[in-house]
Ligand binder design. Structure first.
Ligand code: NAD
Ligand code: ZN
Ligand code: ZN
Length: 397
C-alpha cells in the first residue's frame, strides 16, 4: 500500500491539477475519530456535470479542494465499529454523505442529512458541503460505511460490468429519481431536457420503467444521436420552433405526462437564442411541456452563482413562469437525489442485464488520473462521453 494519495484538485477557474496528498485517515473533516468509516482504493471515479459548476467558477470552493463525488472502490482498511464490510469488498459510494442516524436519514432522505455537514442539511464528497475530500483520487475515506456503502455481490461479475456500475454512485439513481418525482410509469409519455450524461441516464431509465414515448431535447446533435440510436425520440432545440410544437410533431399532443430538467441554470435558449445562456430556460421548458395534472422533476442544480450576469441569478433567484403553470396544478420536485433509495435496485437491473442499452447511451471513456485535467476541458466543451477515471489501471487491465 502506498503512503501517498494522488488526486485531482481545483486550483482556480478552468484549472484542475493532479496533487500529491497524505494518505487518508479514519477521521472526520473536523478531526474526530471515525471508527464507523473505511478507506477505499478507488477503482472508478467519474467526472460529472456537477463538477463543471466548480470548474467554471459558478460553485465556489477553496483552492486545493479535491474533486469528485462518483466513486466505486475496494475496501482496504476497516474501522473498528464497522460490522458488515470487509477488506476486499467492492462497493459503490453514494455521493450524498449521510449519517444514517438523524431524522432525515432514518426517513430515507439521505439527500438532506442533518448532521454530516454542520453548516447545511446536505453533504457530499468533493464539494464545499461538509469538507469531505473528493474521490477523484487513488484513495478515499468514507464515513458511516455500514450504512452508506453498496457492496457488489460478486467481484468478478461486477468488474465485467464496471462501466455501468460506476454510474450507481450518482447519475443513474439521480436520473431515475427525476423520473420518479415526475411520476413516470409504464406507458408514460416523457420529455427529458438535456442529453448530457445525466439526461442520457434518464432516457435509459425511462426505457427500463416502460415509458412509451421518450423525447429528449438538447442543442447538441452528437449527444442527441446517442439517445436516438437507443430508440428514443429527439428534439434539436437549435431549431426555431416552440418546444410544445416540436413535442406535438413527435407525439401528436403538445404536452407529456412527465418532464424532467437534467440541465440546470447553465441552460441555453431556443432557436435564435440557442447561443445565449438563459438560466431559467430549461426549467420553464419542462414546466411548459408537462400536461395539466402531470408532474415535473428538477435535477439540474439551481443556486446562487457569483459569476452570473444579473444580481437575481447571483442571489439564486430565477424567473419561473409560475403564473402560467399554476392552473395546471403543477407538481414540481427539486433537490439532490437520495441515491440510496434506488442504487440497489438499479445495481440488480444492471447485473441481470435489464439495461443492455445503458452502456452505448452513456458512451463511457476510461482515462488515467493524469488525463483528468484535459478531460475536464473536453467535457466542458460538451464532448459526448462520460469520463471514468481509473486511477490504478484496474479497469484497463
Ligand atoms: P452536462 O453539462 O454534460 O449536460 C447538460 C446538457 O444540457 C448539455 O448537453 C447541454 O447542451 C444541454 N442543454 C443546455 N440548455 C438546454 C435546454 N434549454 N434544454 C435542454 N438541454 C439543454 O451535465 P450532466 O453531467 O448531464 O448533468 C446535468 C445536470 O444535472 C447538471 O446541472 C448537474 O449538476 C445536475 N446533477 C444533479 C444531481 C442531483 O442530485 N440533483 C446529481 C447529478 C447531476
Ligand atoms: Zn455527479
Ligand atoms: Zn443523517
Amino acid at each position: 500500500m502506498s503512503d501517498r494519495n494522488r488526486a485531482v484538485a481545483f486550483h482556480g477557474i478552468n484549472n484542475m491539477q493532479v496533487d500529491t496528498l497524505d494518505f487518508p485517515k479514519l477521521e472526520m473533516p473536523d478531526g474526530r475519530k471515525a471508527p464507523h468509516g473505511v478507506i477505499l482504493k478507488i477503482v472508478a471515479t467519474n467526472i460529472c456535470g456537477s463538477d463543471l459548476h466548480i470548474y467554471r467558477g459558478s460553485f465556489p470552493v477553496p483552492d486545493g479542494m479535491v474533486m469528485g463525488h462518483e466513486m466505486t472502490g475496494e475496501v482496504i482498511e476497516v474501522g473498528e465499529d464497522v460490522e458488515f464490510l470487509h477488506e476486499g469488498d467492492l462497493v459503490s459510494v453514494p455521493f450524498n454523505v449521510a449519517c444514517g442516524r438523524c431524522r432525515n436519514c432514518r426517513a430515507g432522505r439521505t439527500d438532506v442529512c442533518e448532521t454530516a455537514n454542520p453548516k447545511l442539511a446536505c453533504a457530499a464528497y468533493g464539494f464545499n458541503l461538509g469538507d469531505f475530500q473528493g474521490g477523484q483520487a487513488d484513495y478515499l475515506f468514507v464515513p458511516y460505511a455500514d450504512f452508506q456503502l453498496l457492496r457488489f455481490p460478486d467481484k468478478d461479475q461486477a468488474m465485467e460490468k464496471i462501466l455501468e456500475l460506476a454510474v450507481l454512485s450518482d447519475i443513474l439513481p439521480t436520473a431515475f429519481h427525476g423520473l420518479m418525482e415526475a411520476g413516470a410509469k409504464p406507458g408514460s409519455t416523457v420529455y427529458l431536457a438535456g442529453a448530457g450524461p445525466v439526461g442520457r441516464c434518464g432516457a435509459a431509465a425511462a426505457r427500463l420503467l416502460g415509458a412509451s414515448c421518450i423525447i429528449v431535447g438538447d442543442h447538441d446533435p452528437k449527444r442527441l444521436e446517442l439517445v436516438r440510436k437507443a430508440g428514443c425520440e429527439t428534439i434539436n432545440l437549435s431549431e426555431d420552433v416552440p418546444l410544445t410544437d416540436q413535442i406535438e410533431a413527435v407525439l401528436g399532443e403538445p404536452m407529456v405526462d412527465c418532464a424532467v430538467d437534467y440541465v440546470g441554470p447553465e441552460a441555453h435558449g431556443l432557436g435564435k437564442e440557442a447561443e445565449q445562456m438563459q438560466p431559467a430556460a430549461a426549467i420553464n421548458q419542462v414546466i411548459d411541456a408537462t400536461r395539466a395534472g402531470g408532474a415535473t422533476g428538477v435535477i439540474g442544480v439551481y443556486g446562487p452563482d457569483p459569476i452570473a450576469e444579473t444580481k437575481a441569478e447571483q442571489e439564486g433567484t430565477f424567473p419561473i413562469d409560475f403564473g402560467k403553470a399554476w392552473i395546471k396544478s403543477p407538481r414540481i420536485t427539486a433537490g439532490q437525489a437520495p441515491i440510496m433509495r434506488y442504487n440497489r435496485q438499479l445495481m440488480m437491473a444492471i447485473l441481470w442485464d435489464r439495461m443492455p442499452w445503458l452502456r452505448d447511451m452513456l458512451n463511457p471513456r476510461v482515462i488515467s488520473l493524469d488525463e483528468a485535467p484535459k478531460a475536464y476541458e473536453a467535457f466542458d466543451k460538451g464532448e459526448d462521453v462520460k469520463y471514468i477515471i481509473d486511477p490504478h489501471g484496474m479497469i484497463a487491465a
